[in-house]
Design a protein around this ligand. Structure first.
Ligand code: ATP
Ligand code: MG
Length: 582
């Protein structure tokens, strides 16, 4: 009961929305109790009065009574089913929406550590399990308890000695049921845990199928897939075994315990003329009801225990940390972005950024260079507010960015990351995801600026061309250009290109850079780059080394003083060299 109340307390807000359906369902169940209790009495009249005393008039009363009870029962069952569905659907809809909102509202750094399969099961299967709680664990449970109470009282009223004798077998039933229930619970938990890993693995293998094919690792994934299937098949067999035990035992209960046992004991009392044959039939019916309601209450008790971890997982979602909502709303950058002694690590004790001091003025075009893994992308992610820095402050003008919401920061900063995500939708839909208010003209302008417009118009379906999962139907350069168009469509104040132009040929890169320079004169551009040609356009170059800013300055200041920069310049092609020194 304590557990039931605990779950109820956690979902009371959702129950409130369907309170009328819940009340309706309770009322219907209350009405159905006397209807259930009346049927055995009708049987008794049929045997004792109609058959034994040959009272043909009562035959018609019995017929009308039976038809009436059947009709009311059918109507009640139909309405109950409808209300149960209504409660389940409304409940699941709201709860799932809130769980999804919780995922979205949690800090990126928190949610990225979670397992995709586990998150999916939480949102789909666990929420579904909770959707049945009100109908099963509240209404049906109460109905079971009430019916049990009334049938016990009625059975005792008919014959307390028969009731006591029949009830003596119940503890055995209770023990066997609990043993089977516990076994089923154990297997279900194992199946769930394997399923969660199986979903993640299948999700990854389908999402990254191209990469897997390129690496020739299909066999590895097929083996893993087969492995999961084998484990699930073994567990499935075990589960079927328990299901079979349950079925056999149920059959034994309903045919032998409730019928044979009751008729044997009852025959003794009939022979002693303590009860009539009709009363025995009525008693047998009541005892069946007593038995099934007791079983149903016990099954609910076991199901509550089995499902509790799933309920708990949904409640745990509600205590996921929330991203700061942002107290301050920033519309534009007036002065500068400033990193003030910023330190950061993904894993405790392994610093990725170390005491970073950096100022990026409005309208600057800066380039960040440095060896792979030195922390360039991390710096951009921190600026976007995707992670909380450990110490230090990042200022947006004079405002600490921890006071600005991530959504607000995403409006201010357009990003074209190394691993751009494009959805398996049309080009238009992908662009509208970036800015749902964009007009046709906005889209054309952004695509022109990103030098992708001609490619789009060459496609038979133009903007309606579907680009495949993660944009597989596009080349690397086309994907980047489309991502750039999407970023531009948001009219950001600052734009961050994380090696965004690495897959572009020089001509496309020049066109994009010229467009950006021309159209967004007030735009602040941060380019994280390895390519010298991109770096050269920058007013200021930041050289990063092992999470620190090793040097910063113009090309002329760095070309003779910074070793990494000198190496970078040395690695240039002749054409690039000509461009610098001309
Ligand atoms: N989500 C993460 N969790 C844990 N460690 C991470 C995560 N992302 C990056 N790192 C680690 O942080 C360090 C800096 O990574 P970052 O992506 O900032 O490098 P980078 O300078 O952008 O490199 P590249 O030039 O290869 O893109 C690396 O050692 C990387 O392994
Ligand atoms: Mg990077």
């Amino acid at each position: 009961m304590k557990q039931r109340l605990y779950v109820l307390k956690n979902i009371k807000g959702y129950i409130y929305h369907v309170r009328w359906a819940v009340i309706g369902l309770i009322v219907l169940n209350l009405i159905s109790i006397p209807i259930s209790l009346i049927s055995p009495k009708i049987f008794q009249i049929l045997v004792d009065e109609v058959m034994y005393k040959r009272d043909s008039q009562k035959f018609w009363i019995v017929v009308v009574g039976m038809l009436g009870a059947f009709l009311i029962r059918t109507i009640i069952d139909g309405l109950s089913l409808k209300m149960n569905n209504c409660i389940h659907n409304s409940f699941v809809f709201r709860l799932r929406k809130d769980v999804f909102a919780k995922y979205r509202g949690s800090p990126f750094s928190f949610i990225e550590k979670k397992d995709v399969g586990e998150l999916k099961m939480r949102m789909i299967d666990d929420v579904d399990a909770l959707g049945d709680f009100v109908g099963e664990q509240v209404v049906n449970y109460l109905y079971g308890i009430l019916l049990l109470t009334f049938t016990v009282i009625t059975s005792i009223a008919i014959s307390w000695r028969m009731t006591v004798l029949c009830i003596l077998v119940l503890p055995i039933v209770f023990i066997v049921d609990t043993l089977i229930g516990n076994g089923t619970k154990q297997i279900n938990m194992e199946i769930r845990s394997v399923n969660s890993r199986y979903y993640t693995s299948t999700h990854n293998s389908l999402q990254f199928w191209r990469e897997i094919k390129v690496q020739n690792s299909e066999e590895v994934f097929i083996k893993r897939f087969r492995g999961f299937q084998e484990i699930l098949a073994t567990l499935g067999l075990k589960s079927i075994r328990f299901w079979a035990y349950k079925e056999v035992f149920n059959d034994f209960k309903s045919n032998y315990l409730t019928k044979v046992l009751v008729y044997m004991i009852g025959a003794f009392f009939v022979a002693k003329q303590e009860i009539s044959v009709g009363t025995l039939i009525m008693f047998s019916e009541y005892f069946s009801m007593l038995f099934s309601s007791m079983e149903s209450v016990n099954a609910k008790r076991i199901a509550l225990k089995t499902n509790s971890p799933y309920y708990e997982r949904v409640f745990e979602t509600f205590s996921f940390p929330e991203e700061s909502k942002g107290l301050v709303s920033m519309k534009k950058l007036n002065d500068c972005i400033r990193f003030d002694d910023v330190c950061f690590s993904y894993v405790n004790g392994q610093s990725v950024l170390k005491h970073v001091d950096l100022q990026i003025n409005k309208g600057d075009y800066i380039a960040i260079v440095g060896k792979t893994g030195c922390g360039k992308t991390t710096l951009a992610k921190l600026l976007l507010g995707l992670y909380e820095k450990e110490t230090g402050t990042i200022f947006f003008d004079d405002e600490d960015i921890t006071n600005i919401s991530t959504e607000n920061m995403s409006d201010l900063i357009g990003v074209v990351m190394q691993d751009n995500y494009l959805f398996n939708m049309s080009i238009r839909e992908n662009l509208l995801i970036a800015n749902e208010d964009a007009t046709e003209k906005d889209m054309i302008d952004a695509c022109r600026m990103a030098n992708i417009y001609d490619f789009i118009t060459e496609q038979p379906n133009g903007f309606e061309t579907v680009i495949g999962e993660r944009g597989v139907k596009l080349s690397g350069g086309q994907k980047q250009r489309l991502s750039i168009a999407a970023a531009l469509l948001r009219h950001p104040q600052i734009i961050v290109f994380d090696e965004a132009t690495s897959a572009l040929d020089k001509q496309s890169e020049d066109i994009i850079n010229d467009s950006i320079n021309k159209i967004f004169e007030n735009l602040t551009v941060i380019v994280i780059a390895h390519k010298p040609a991109t770096v050269l356009r920058a007013k200021k170059i930041i050289v990063m080394k092992d999470g620190r800013i090793a040097a910063q300055g113009t090309h002329d200041e760095l070309k003779n003083n910074n070793k990494y920069y000198m190496n970078l310049v040395e690695g240039m092609s002749n054409e690039e060299r000509k461009q610098i020194y001309s």
